[in-house]
Design a protein around this ligand. Structure first.
Ligand code: 4AD
Ligand code: MG
Length: 461
């Protein structure tokens, strides 16, 4: 039986078998050992009370240490101890695997998150990483529920692609060329004719361009998958491999885009509060005091809407010594985003209508000719968790924006076809799944909300 179900058993008295990993063992003088066992099904351990009279007691039970795996038969009983309602009175203990206490790298005393990153294969056995994994899984379910219940079609976009959606060039190249002696053309350049795809290929930075093809056929679609960026950003909020959810909606403008984004963020927060209450209580206690009240606050208020130009004006008035100077035309940095959401508005903020020069080519040009119909959702502690926009549906403007961004429209012929044949207004956004997990768990470093983080110089596991 899962420990989650054993702890919830009402009334006690049932004979059960549980299996899991030993967290601690304590021997009492009264002829018992107390073994705390966790199987990952929930945050709390079950306490097994093991009588010294068991035949395996000396040989096995007294050799159990943190990290060992066991299977225990026993009877559930109301617990006399503090902090748990049910304990297991053991009638048999079978050791599945011992763990050498000298060598086991997770010890009972609190181990730092930094240290646990070096043992990513074992850290899911800790309270923090078990809780993160369960929250992540529950919210992945919510992602699909949210969109499916609204009639969005899930679209698996390719991981290998030839197009650079963000036009930022921070892409990992995918090649089967022999790196020691690659084929070269007559003028000495690399010859991609001999490469696997017969052209340069990359890991995708976003499924958006492909999602637009299906939005412009099916109406509302969404993607949910891994994306890759080779930017050399060693920050607590950047990964080289992260998961993104990208809805794309036809016959939609920026207002609908923002409404869906707000409802989506609230649905994720609400699901975490209702489906992962135990985990959030743990994060509240161990990671970020005030976390659940802050998350509840997100549900209670409308997100604030602010244009980029108004945001810049407010930042200039804030009287702060910004590390990055504020100036119309420059991108907002995390310090600016956090000021807007934490201090100026004190709730999530959607900043719209950014200067065209700092946003991607596909965003719809406003009538002022210098801003685009972009929107970023900013939340306290994190800054940006969503980036989105209404898309440029006018082919001529789109082509010239591509050229300005240094992209050759001929390489995006299929994307332009969506405007050539039956073009419609459409909009979408991308939500960084790990960013939202950071926001919901309070964990300060993005490396702690994905099981196997990929960052510059780091891909051990
Ligand atoms: O703002 P971004 O770059 O937008 C896009 O990729 C669009 N194509 C989305 C769309 O309109 N369909 O990225 C979207 C979100 C960011 O707001 C952020 O939450 C997350 O993806 N993100 C990252 N998360 C972790 N590590 C990184 N290196 C990230 N880069 C972006
Ligand atoms: Mg962005």
């Amino acid at each position: 039986m899962k420990i989650r179900d054993a702890l919830a058993a009402q009334p006690a008295g049932q004979a059960v078998t549980v299996a899991g990993w030993v967290r601690t063992r304590r021997d009492s003088k009264g002829g018992f050992s107390f073994i705390e066992v966790n199987d990952g099904s929930c945050l709390p351990n079950i306490q097994a009370v093991v009588p010294a009279s068991l035949p395996t007691y000396e040989a096995d039970v007294l050799r159990l240490h943190t990290g060992a795996s066991v299977e225990i038969d026993g009877t559930l009983a109301a617990s006399q101890g503090k902090g748990q309602s049910v304990e297991l009175q053991a009638t048999a203990v079978r050791v599945l695997g011992f763990a050498d206490p000298e060598a086991y790298p997770i010890q009972k005393q609190k181990t730092s998150l930094e240290h646990l990153r070096t043992i990513a294969h074992l850290r899911p056995r800790t309270n923090t990483f078990g809780a993160v994994a369960r929250v992540r899984s529950a919210l992945a379910g919510t992602v699909h529920q949210f969109f499916q219940s609204r009639g969005f079609v899930w679209l698996p976009t390719p991981i290998i692609t030839a197009s650079d959606c963000e036009g930022a060039g921070a892409m990992f190249q995918v090649t089967t060329l022999d790196l020691d002696k690659p084929a070269r053309t007559q003028d000495g350049a690399l010859d991609f004719n001999g490469d696997f795809f017969g052209r340069r290929a990359f890991l995708t930075v976003s499924g958006q361009l492909e999602a637009e093809t299906h939005a412009c056929a099916l109406g509302d679609v969404y993607t949910f998958g891994p994306t890759f960026r080779a930017e050399n950003s060693n920050t607590p909020r950047h990964l080289a491999e992260f998961w993104m959810i990208e809805p794309e909606m036809a016959f939609a403008d920026l207002a609908r885009d923002m409404a869906v984004a707000e409802a989506f963020v609230k649905a994720l927060v609400d699901a975490a509060l209702t489906r992962c209450a135990q985990e959030l209580a743990f994060f509240e206690q161990r990671v970020q005091p005030g976390l659940t009240a802050m998350l509840r606050g997100v549900l209670e208020h409308d997100f604030v809407h602010l244009t980029y130009s108004d945001a810049v004006a407010q930042l200039a008035k804030a009287g702060r010594a910004w590390e990055f100077p504020v100036e119309w035309g420059k991108d907002l940095q995390t310090e600016h985003e956090r000021y807007l959401t934490e201090e100026y508005c004190r709730k999530p903020v959607i900043v719209t209508d950014y200067p065209a020069g700092i946003k991607a080519f596909y965003m719809r040009m406003n009538d002022d000719g210098r801003t685009v119909r972009a929107m970023d959702v900013l939340v306290p502690k994190m800054g940006e968790i969503i980036g989105g926009s209404q898309r440029e549906e006018r082919i001529g403007i789109l082509e010239s924006r591509m050229r300005q961004s240094g992209l050759d429209p001929r390489n995006y012929w299929w994307y332009l076809d969506l405007r050539r044949f039956g073009s419609v207004p459409h909009a979408g956004f991308g939500l960084g799944f790990e960013r939202v997990l950071q926001f919901i768990t309070g964990l300060a470093n993005i490396r702690d909300v994905i099981p196997f983080p990929r960052t510059p110089k780091s891909a051990e596991f």
